[in-house]
Ligand binder design. Structure first.
Ligand code: PMP
Length: 459
Protein backbone atom coordinates (compact mmCIF):
# COMPACT_ATOMS: atom_id res chain seq x y z
CA UNK A 1 0.00 0.00 0.00
CA UNK A 2 2.38 2.77 1.06
CA UNK A 3 4.31 3.74 -2.02
CA UNK A 4 7.21 4.96 0.04
CA UNK A 5 8.75 2.30 2.28
CA UNK A 6 8.13 3.16 5.92
CA UNK A 7 11.38 1.62 7.15
CA UNK A 8 13.54 4.15 5.41
CA UNK A 9 15.75 6.25 7.64
CA UNK A 10 14.87 9.85 8.43
CA UNK A 11 17.79 10.90 6.25
CA UNK A 12 16.45 8.97 3.27
CA UNK A 13 12.92 10.26 3.78
CA UNK A 14 14.25 13.77 4.16
CA UNK A 15 16.10 13.66 0.86
CA UNK A 16 13.04 12.18 -0.86
CA UNK A 17 10.44 14.49 0.65
CA UNK A 18 11.61 17.84 1.95
CA UNK A 19 12.10 21.04 -0.02
CA UNK A 20 14.52 22.72 2.39
CA UNK A 21 14.57 26.44 3.07
CA UNK A 22 17.93 28.20 2.77
CA UNK A 23 19.65 25.13 1.35
CA UNK A 24 21.51 24.26 -1.83
CA UNK A 25 18.80 21.89 -3.03
CA UNK A 26 21.01 20.38 -5.71
CA UNK A 27 23.70 19.45 -3.21
CA UNK A 28 21.37 18.34 -0.45
CA UNK A 29 21.14 14.64 -1.40
CA UNK A 30 24.92 14.42 -1.30
CA UNK A 31 25.42 16.53 1.87
CA UNK A 32 22.47 14.99 3.69
CA UNK A 33 20.64 16.50 6.66
CA UNK A 34 21.81 16.86 10.24
CA UNK A 35 18.93 15.26 12.14
CA UNK A 36 18.33 16.98 15.47
CA UNK A 37 16.24 14.90 17.82
CA UNK A 38 16.03 16.79 21.12
CA UNK A 39 17.34 19.72 23.12
CA UNK A 40 18.10 20.67 26.70
CA UNK A 41 19.25 24.10 27.88
CA UNK A 42 21.66 25.58 25.33
CA UNK A 43 22.36 22.19 23.73
CA UNK A 44 20.71 20.15 21.01
CA UNK A 45 21.43 16.50 20.21
CA UNK A 46 21.59 14.60 16.94
CA UNK A 47 20.46 11.06 16.16
CA UNK A 48 23.71 9.58 17.40
CA UNK A 49 23.40 11.45 20.70
CA UNK A 50 26.19 13.94 19.90
CA UNK A 51 25.66 17.29 21.62
CA UNK A 52 25.95 20.70 20.01
CA UNK A 53 25.92 24.07 21.72
CA UNK A 54 23.36 26.08 19.77
CA UNK A 55 25.37 29.25 19.21
CA UNK A 56 22.54 30.91 17.29
CA UNK A 57 19.62 29.88 19.53
CA UNK A 58 18.18 28.01 16.55
CA UNK A 59 17.31 30.90 14.28
CA UNK A 60 18.10 33.65 16.85
CA UNK A 61 14.92 32.73 18.66
CA UNK A 62 15.18 30.10 21.40
CA UNK A 63 16.02 32.63 24.09
CA UNK A 64 15.08 30.42 27.04
CA UNK A 65 16.87 27.40 25.57
CA UNK A 66 15.38 23.97 25.10
CA UNK A 67 13.26 22.05 27.62
CA UNK A 68 11.50 24.95 29.36
CA UNK A 69 8.62 23.07 31.00
CA UNK A 70 6.60 26.17 31.86
CA UNK A 71 6.17 26.92 28.16
CA UNK A 72 5.09 23.34 27.52
CA UNK A 73 2.52 23.64 30.30
CA UNK A 74 1.26 27.00 29.04
CA UNK A 75 0.70 25.51 25.57
CA UNK A 76 -1.00 22.38 26.93
CA UNK A 77 -3.32 24.42 29.18
CA UNK A 78 -4.34 26.64 26.29
CA UNK A 79 -4.81 23.66 23.95
CA UNK A 80 -7.31 22.22 26.42
CA UNK A 81 -9.20 25.46 26.99
CA UNK A 82 -9.32 27.14 23.60
CA UNK A 83 -6.99 25.67 20.98
CA UNK A 84 -8.19 28.01 18.26
CA UNK A 85 -9.94 31.26 18.00
CA UNK A 86 -9.26 34.46 16.13
CA UNK A 87 -9.50 38.22 16.35
CA UNK A 88 -11.42 38.86 13.10
CA UNK A 89 -14.67 40.83 12.89
CA UNK A 90 -15.03 42.06 16.49
CA UNK A 91 -14.14 38.69 18.10
CA UNK A 92 -11.47 38.31 20.73
CA UNK A 93 -9.99 35.97 23.32
CA UNK A 94 -8.36 36.59 26.68
CA UNK A 95 -4.78 35.53 25.89
CA UNK A 96 -4.67 37.62 22.71
CA UNK A 97 -5.90 40.68 24.59
CA UNK A 98 -3.55 40.12 27.53
CA UNK A 99 -0.58 39.80 25.19
CA UNK A 100 -1.36 43.01 23.29
CA UNK A 101 -1.90 44.89 26.56
CA UNK A 102 1.35 43.54 28.00
CA UNK A 103 3.33 44.52 24.90
CA UNK A 104 1.92 48.05 25.06
CA UNK A 105 3.02 48.27 28.72
CA UNK A 106 6.52 47.09 27.76
CA UNK A 107 6.81 49.37 24.72
CA UNK A 108 9.86 51.64 25.00
CA UNK A 109 8.03 54.54 23.30
CA UNK A 110 4.29 55.33 23.38
CA UNK A 111 2.47 52.84 21.16
CA UNK A 112 -1.21 52.74 20.43
CA UNK A 113 -2.20 49.26 19.21
CA UNK A 114 -0.76 45.80 18.53
CA UNK A 115 -1.44 43.55 15.53
CA UNK A 116 -0.60 39.87 16.00
CA UNK A 117 0.70 37.63 13.21
CA UNK A 118 2.57 34.40 12.78
CA UNK A 119 6.07 35.34 11.65
CA UNK A 120 8.52 38.19 11.34
CA UNK A 121 7.83 38.39 7.62
CA UNK A 122 4.09 38.69 8.21
CA UNK A 123 4.58 41.46 10.78
CA UNK A 124 6.82 43.43 8.43
CA UNK A 125 4.55 42.77 5.46
CA UNK A 126 1.68 44.14 7.53
CA UNK A 127 3.75 47.23 8.33
CA UNK A 128 4.26 47.79 4.58
CA UNK A 129 0.51 47.46 3.96
CA UNK A 130 -0.28 49.89 6.77
CA UNK A 131 2.14 52.41 5.26
CA UNK A 132 0.22 52.27 1.96
CA UNK A 133 -3.17 52.33 3.70
CA UNK A 134 -2.18 55.29 5.85
CA UNK A 135 -0.85 57.35 2.95
CA UNK A 136 -4.11 56.75 1.08
CA UNK A 137 -6.06 57.70 4.19
CA UNK A 138 -4.14 60.96 4.44
CA UNK A 139 -4.83 61.79 0.79
CA UNK A 140 -1.15 61.31 -0.08
CA UNK A 141 -1.37 58.57 -2.71
CA UNK A 142 2.14 59.33 -4.00
CA UNK A 143 3.79 58.93 -0.58
CA UNK A 144 4.50 55.20 -0.82
CA UNK A 145 8.22 54.60 -1.34
CA UNK A 146 10.01 52.71 1.40
CA UNK A 147 13.71 52.92 2.19
CA UNK A 148 15.62 49.90 3.49
CA UNK A 149 19.34 49.41 3.85
CA UNK A 150 21.98 47.34 2.10
CA UNK A 151 22.30 44.01 3.99
CA UNK A 152 18.94 44.50 5.74
CA UNK A 153 16.84 41.46 6.58
CA UNK A 154 13.11 41.98 6.95
CA UNK A 155 11.70 38.67 5.72
CA UNK A 156 11.00 36.68 2.58
CA UNK A 157 7.45 37.44 1.43
CA UNK A 158 7.30 39.21 -1.93
CA UNK A 159 7.25 42.63 -0.27
CA UNK A 160 9.56 41.97 2.69
CA UNK A 161 12.13 40.16 0.52
CA UNK A 162 12.11 43.35 -1.54
CA UNK A 163 13.14 45.30 1.56
CA UNK A 164 15.73 42.69 2.48
CA UNK A 165 19.02 43.89 1.04
CA UNK A 166 20.70 40.55 0.40
CA UNK A 167 21.23 39.29 -3.11
CA UNK A 168 20.15 35.67 -2.62
CA UNK A 169 16.70 36.71 -1.41
CA UNK A 170 16.06 38.55 -4.68
CA UNK A 171 18.15 36.92 -7.41
CA UNK A 172 15.96 34.76 -9.68
CA UNK A 173 12.85 35.61 -7.67
CA UNK A 174 12.21 38.66 -9.89
CA UNK A 175 12.53 40.96 -6.91
CA UNK A 176 12.50 43.67 -5.68
CA UNK A 177 9.04 45.02 -6.36
CA UNK A 178 8.94 48.70 -7.36
CA UNK A 179 8.93 51.43 -4.74
CA UNK A 180 11.85 50.21 -2.63
CA UNK A 181 14.82 52.53 -2.17
CA UNK A 182 18.19 51.50 -0.81
CA UNK A 183 20.24 53.31 1.82
CA UNK A 184 23.81 52.55 2.88
CA UNK A 185 24.82 49.88 5.35
CA UNK A 186 26.18 51.29 8.62
CA UNK A 187 29.11 48.90 8.91
CA UNK A 188 32.03 51.08 9.96
CA UNK A 189 34.75 48.43 9.55
CA UNK A 190 33.75 47.77 5.92
CA UNK A 191 32.32 51.01 4.61
CA UNK A 192 33.92 53.90 6.52
CA UNK A 193 36.53 55.88 4.63
CA UNK A 194 40.16 55.86 5.73
CA UNK A 195 40.36 57.69 9.06
CA UNK A 196 36.61 58.43 9.20
CA UNK A 197 35.39 58.34 12.83
CA UNK A 198 32.17 56.53 13.74
CA UNK A 199 30.42 59.88 14.27
CA UNK A 200 31.63 61.19 10.91
CA UNK A 201 30.59 57.96 9.18
CA UNK A 202 27.12 58.27 10.76
CA UNK A 203 26.89 61.90 9.62
CA UNK A 204 27.82 60.89 6.08
CA UNK A 205 25.20 58.12 6.01
CA UNK A 206 22.58 60.59 7.25
CA UNK A 207 23.61 63.12 4.58
CA UNK A 208 23.43 60.41 1.90
CA UNK A 209 19.99 59.43 3.15
CA UNK A 210 18.86 63.03 2.91
CA UNK A 211 20.27 63.34 -0.62
CA UNK A 212 18.38 60.18 -1.63
CA UNK A 213 15.12 61.53 -0.20
CA UNK A 214 15.57 64.89 -1.95
CA UNK A 215 16.41 63.21 -5.26
CA UNK A 216 13.29 61.03 -5.07
CA UNK A 217 11.06 63.85 -3.83
CA UNK A 218 10.29 63.91 -0.08
CA UNK A 219 6.55 63.78 -0.72
CA UNK A 220 6.99 60.33 -2.36
CA UNK A 221 8.87 58.72 0.54
CA UNK A 222 6.72 57.15 3.24
CA UNK A 223 8.92 55.09 5.55
CA UNK A 224 12.37 53.85 6.53
CA UNK A 225 12.91 50.31 7.87
CA UNK A 226 15.80 49.39 10.16
CA UNK A 227 16.97 46.62 12.46
CA UNK A 228 18.71 48.13 15.52
CA UNK A 229 21.55 45.61 15.09
CA UNK A 230 21.43 44.14 11.59
CA UNK A 231 21.24 40.38 12.06
CA UNK A 232 21.31 38.22 8.94
CA UNK A 233 23.33 40.92 7.16
CA UNK A 234 26.24 40.02 9.43
CA UNK A 235 25.51 41.33 12.95
CA UNK A 236 26.23 44.96 12.26
CA UNK A 237 26.15 47.21 15.31
CA UNK A 238 25.36 50.81 14.35
CA UNK A 239 28.21 53.31 14.69
CA UNK A 240 28.10 56.06 17.31
CA UNK A 241 25.40 58.66 16.68
CA UNK A 242 23.83 56.74 13.80
CA UNK A 243 20.18 56.49 14.79
CA UNK A 244 19.74 60.03 16.17
CA UNK A 245 21.23 61.42 12.95
CA UNK A 246 19.03 59.21 10.73
CA UNK A 247 15.96 60.00 12.82
CA UNK A 248 16.55 63.75 12.43
CA UNK A 249 16.49 63.38 8.63
CA UNK A 250 13.30 61.28 8.70
CA UNK A 251 11.60 63.80 11.00
CA UNK A 252 12.44 66.62 8.62
CA UNK A 253 10.50 64.98 5.77
CA UNK A 254 7.68 63.39 7.75
CA UNK A 255 8.89 59.86 7.03
CA UNK A 256 7.81 57.01 9.33
CA UNK A 257 10.43 54.89 11.07
CA UNK A 258 9.73 51.15 11.30
CA UNK A 259 12.09 49.37 13.69
CA UNK A 260 12.43 45.66 13.07
CA UNK A 261 13.08 44.20 16.52
CA UNK A 262 12.56 40.61 15.36
CA UNK A 263 16.07 39.64 16.53
CA UNK A 264 16.88 42.50 18.93
CA UNK A 265 13.62 42.48 20.90
CA UNK A 266 13.46 40.94 24.38
CA UNK A 267 16.96 41.46 25.68
CA UNK A 268 19.29 40.45 22.88
CA UNK A 269 21.19 43.79 22.86
CA UNK A 270 21.23 44.12 26.67
CA UNK A 271 18.09 46.24 27.09
CA UNK A 272 14.60 44.93 26.55
CA UNK A 273 14.53 46.44 23.04
CA UNK A 274 17.22 47.55 20.61
CA UNK A 275 15.19 50.76 20.39
CA UNK A 276 16.31 51.55 23.96
CA UNK A 277 19.91 50.46 23.45
CA UNK A 278 20.33 52.88 20.55
CA UNK A 279 17.91 55.69 21.49
CA UNK A 280 15.45 55.23 18.60
CA UNK A 281 11.88 56.61 18.38
CA UNK A 282 9.97 54.22 16.10
CA UNK A 283 6.47 54.74 14.76
CA UNK A 284 6.10 50.99 14.32
CA UNK A 285 7.98 48.09 15.86
CA UNK A 286 7.95 44.46 14.77
CA UNK A 287 8.61 41.62 17.21
CA UNK A 288 8.86 37.83 16.88
CA UNK A 289 11.44 35.14 17.77
CA UNK A 290 12.19 35.91 21.46
CA UNK A 291 8.53 36.83 21.95
CA UNK A 292 7.74 33.13 22.42
CA UNK A 293 11.35 31.95 22.76
CA UNK A 294 10.66 30.21 19.44
CA UNK A 295 8.36 27.65 21.12
CA UNK A 296 5.34 28.77 19.07
CA UNK A 297 5.08 30.83 15.90
CA UNK A 298 4.00 34.36 16.73
CA UNK A 299 4.89 37.93 15.84
CA UNK A 300 3.59 41.35 16.72
CA UNK A 301 3.47 44.74 15.06
CA UNK A 302 3.11 47.72 17.37
CA UNK A 303 1.91 50.99 15.87
CA UNK A 304 1.70 54.46 17.35
CA UNK A 305 -1.24 56.83 17.06
CA UNK A 306 0.33 58.57 14.07
CA UNK A 307 -0.18 55.29 12.21
CA UNK A 308 -3.26 53.90 13.91
CA UNK A 309 -5.36 57.08 13.70
CA UNK A 310 -5.46 57.41 9.89
CA UNK A 311 -5.67 53.61 9.43
CA UNK A 312 -8.73 53.41 11.67
CA UNK A 313 -10.32 56.34 9.80
CA UNK A 314 -9.73 54.68 6.44
CA UNK A 315 -11.20 51.37 7.60
CA UNK A 316 -14.27 53.26 8.77
CA UNK A 317 -14.61 54.87 5.37
CA UNK A 318 -14.14 51.58 3.49
CA UNK A 319 -16.13 49.51 5.96
CA UNK A 320 -13.46 47.05 7.04
CA UNK A 321 -9.73 46.84 7.67
CA UNK A 322 -9.30 44.07 5.09
CA UNK A 323 -6.23 42.35 6.45
CA UNK A 324 -5.61 39.46 8.88
CA UNK A 325 -4.10 35.98 9.05
CA UNK A 326 -5.90 32.82 10.17
CA UNK A 327 -3.17 32.19 12.72
CA UNK A 328 -2.63 35.81 13.76
CA UNK A 329 -2.91 35.90 17.54
CA UNK A 330 -3.27 32.12 17.73
CA UNK A 331 -4.29 31.45 21.35
CA UNK A 332 -1.70 28.72 21.93
CA UNK A 333 1.08 30.96 20.61
CA UNK A 334 -0.25 33.90 22.62
CA UNK A 335 -0.31 31.81 25.81
CA UNK A 336 3.26 30.67 25.21
CA UNK A 337 4.34 34.27 24.54
CA UNK A 338 2.72 35.51 27.76
CA UNK A 339 4.46 32.81 29.77
CA UNK A 340 7.77 33.65 28.04
CA UNK A 341 7.37 37.29 29.09
CA UNK A 342 6.54 36.16 32.66
CA UNK A 343 9.74 34.13 32.77
CA UNK A 344 11.87 37.00 31.44
CA UNK A 345 10.49 39.21 34.23
CA UNK A 346 10.65 36.65 37.07
CA UNK A 347 14.18 35.54 36.25
CA UNK A 348 15.33 39.08 35.49
CA UNK A 349 16.74 38.09 32.14
CA UNK A 350 18.22 41.58 31.65
CA UNK A 351 20.32 41.21 34.82
CA UNK A 352 21.57 37.85 33.55
CA UNK A 353 22.50 39.37 30.17
CA UNK A 354 24.31 42.21 31.96
CA UNK A 355 26.42 39.51 33.65
CA UNK A 356 27.13 37.16 30.73
CA UNK A 357 26.99 39.60 27.78
CA UNK A 358 30.43 41.05 28.61
CA UNK A 359 31.81 37.50 28.87
CA UNK A 360 30.68 36.79 25.31
CA UNK A 361 31.98 40.14 24.01
CA UNK A 362 35.36 39.75 25.72
CA UNK A 363 35.58 36.18 24.47
CA UNK A 364 34.89 37.30 20.89
CA UNK A 365 37.32 40.19 21.38
CA UNK A 366 40.09 37.71 22.24
CA UNK A 367 39.84 36.45 18.64
CA UNK A 368 41.10 39.81 17.35
CA UNK A 369 44.62 38.39 17.54
CA UNK A 370 43.71 35.41 15.40
CA UNK A 371 45.28 35.54 11.93
CA UNK A 372 41.90 34.90 10.23
CA UNK A 373 39.84 37.46 12.17
CA UNK A 374 39.52 41.01 10.87
CA UNK A 375 36.83 42.28 13.21
CA UNK A 376 35.12 41.13 16.38
CA UNK A 377 31.90 43.04 17.01
CA UNK A 378 28.76 42.80 19.07
CA UNK A 379 26.66 44.02 21.96
CA UNK A 380 24.74 42.23 24.69
CA UNK A 381 24.39 38.59 23.65
CA UNK A 382 24.84 39.03 19.92
CA UNK A 383 28.12 39.26 18.05
CA UNK A 384 30.15 38.24 15.04
CA UNK A 385 33.68 37.50 13.94
CA UNK A 386 34.56 38.61 10.43
CA UNK A 387 37.13 36.48 8.64
CA UNK A 388 39.54 38.23 6.30
CA UNK A 389 42.31 37.14 3.96
CA UNK A 390 44.50 40.08 5.02
CA UNK A 391 44.14 41.77 8.39
CA UNK A 392 46.05 44.91 7.41
CA UNK A 393 44.25 45.70 4.16
CA UNK A 394 40.98 44.11 5.45
CA UNK A 395 40.77 42.27 2.12
CA UNK A 396 38.06 39.62 2.26
CA UNK A 397 38.47 36.06 1.03
CA UNK A 398 37.15 35.56 -2.50
CA UNK A 399 33.47 34.58 -2.08
CA UNK A 400 33.97 31.33 -4.02
CA UNK A 401 36.27 30.10 -1.24
CA UNK A 402 33.25 30.10 1.12
CA UNK A 403 35.54 30.49 4.13
CA UNK A 404 32.71 31.30 6.50
CA UNK A 405 30.74 28.22 5.50
CA UNK A 406 33.83 26.05 5.82
CA UNK A 407 34.61 27.29 9.33
CA UNK A 408 30.99 26.78 10.38
CA UNK A 409 31.07 23.20 9.03
CA UNK A 410 34.20 22.49 11.07
CA UNK A 411 32.58 24.10 14.11
CA UNK A 412 29.62 21.76 13.70
CA UNK A 413 32.03 18.81 13.77
CA UNK A 414 33.46 20.19 17.02
CA UNK A 415 30.00 20.49 18.54
CA UNK A 416 28.87 24.08 18.11
CA UNK A 417 26.21 25.21 15.66
CA UNK A 418 26.77 28.68 14.22
CA UNK A 419 25.81 30.57 11.10
CA UNK A 420 28.04 32.15 8.48
CA UNK A 421 26.77 35.18 6.65
CA UNK A 422 29.40 35.44 3.98
CA UNK A 423 32.57 35.41 6.05
CA UNK A 424 30.94 36.83 9.18
CA UNK A 425 30.31 34.15 11.79
CA UNK A 426 27.35 35.05 14.00
CA UNK A 427 26.93 34.27 17.68
CA UNK A 428 23.54 34.71 19.36
CA UNK A 429 23.19 31.93 21.92
CA UNK A 430 20.13 31.38 24.11
CA UNK A 431 19.89 34.25 26.60
CA UNK A 432 20.06 31.77 29.50
CA UNK A 433 23.61 30.74 28.57
CA UNK A 434 26.06 30.66 31.50
CA UNK A 435 29.60 31.94 31.66
CA UNK A 436 30.92 28.35 31.59
CA UNK A 437 28.81 27.50 28.54
CA UNK A 438 30.09 30.59 26.71
CA UNK A 439 33.63 29.39 27.45
CA UNK A 440 32.79 25.93 26.13
CA UNK A 441 31.17 27.37 22.98
CA UNK A 442 34.17 29.60 22.20
CA UNK A 443 36.69 26.80 22.89
CA UNK A 444 34.88 24.52 20.44
CA UNK A 445 34.80 27.33 17.90
CA UNK A 446 38.48 28.16 18.35
CA UNK A 447 39.45 24.56 17.66
CA UNK A 448 37.51 24.77 14.38
CA UNK A 449 39.01 28.12 13.42
CA UNK A 450 42.57 26.98 14.16
CA UNK A 451 41.98 23.88 12.09
CA UNK A 452 40.62 25.98 9.18
CA UNK A 453 43.67 28.22 9.44
CA UNK A 454 46.00 25.21 9.40
CA UNK A 455 44.22 23.86 6.32
CA UNK A 456 44.98 27.08 4.47
CA UNK A 457 48.65 26.24 4.69
CA UNK A 458 49.28 29.59 6.32
CA UNK A 459 49.49 28.46 9.91
N1 PMP B 1 13.26 40.52 10.50
C1 PMP B 1 14.43 40.13 11.03
C2 PMP B 1 15.35 41.15 11.62
C3 PMP B 1 14.78 38.77 11.01
O1 PMP B 1 15.96 38.38 11.50
C4 PMP B 1 13.88 37.84 10.46
C5 PMP B 1 14.17 36.35 10.46
N2 PMP B 1 15.45 35.97 10.60
C6 PMP B 1 12.68 38.31 9.93
C7 PMP B 1 12.41 39.66 9.98
C8 PMP B 1 11.70 37.38 9.29
O2 PMP B 1 11.11 36.58 10.23
P1 PMP B 1 10.41 35.18 9.79
O3 PMP B 1 11.51 34.27 9.35
O4 PMP B 1 9.75 34.76 11.07
O5 PMP B 1 9.45 35.50 8.72
Amino acid sequence: MPTRASNRTITEKDVDSVLHPYTNLKRHPEVGPLVITRGKGVRVYDEAGKDYIEGLAGLWCTSLGWGEERLVEAAARQMRTLPFYHLFSHKTHDVGVELCARLLEMAPVPMSKVFLAGSGSEANDTAIKLIHYRSNALGLPHKKKIIAREKAYHGVTVATASLTGLVNNQRSFDLPIPGVLRAGCPHHYRFARQGESEEDFSSRLAAELEALILAEGPDTVAAFFAEPVMGAGGVIVPPAGYFPKIQAVLDRYDILLVVDEVICGFGRTGKMFGTETFGIRPDMMTLAKGLSSGYAPISALMVNERVYGPVAEESGRIGVFGHGYTYGGHPVSAAVALETLNIYAERDILAHIAKVGPVLQEGLGSFRDHPLVGEARGIGLIGALELVADKTSRAPFPPERTMGAKVVARAQDKGVILRAMGDAIAFAPPLIITEAEIGDMLRRFKAALDEAHGALGLG
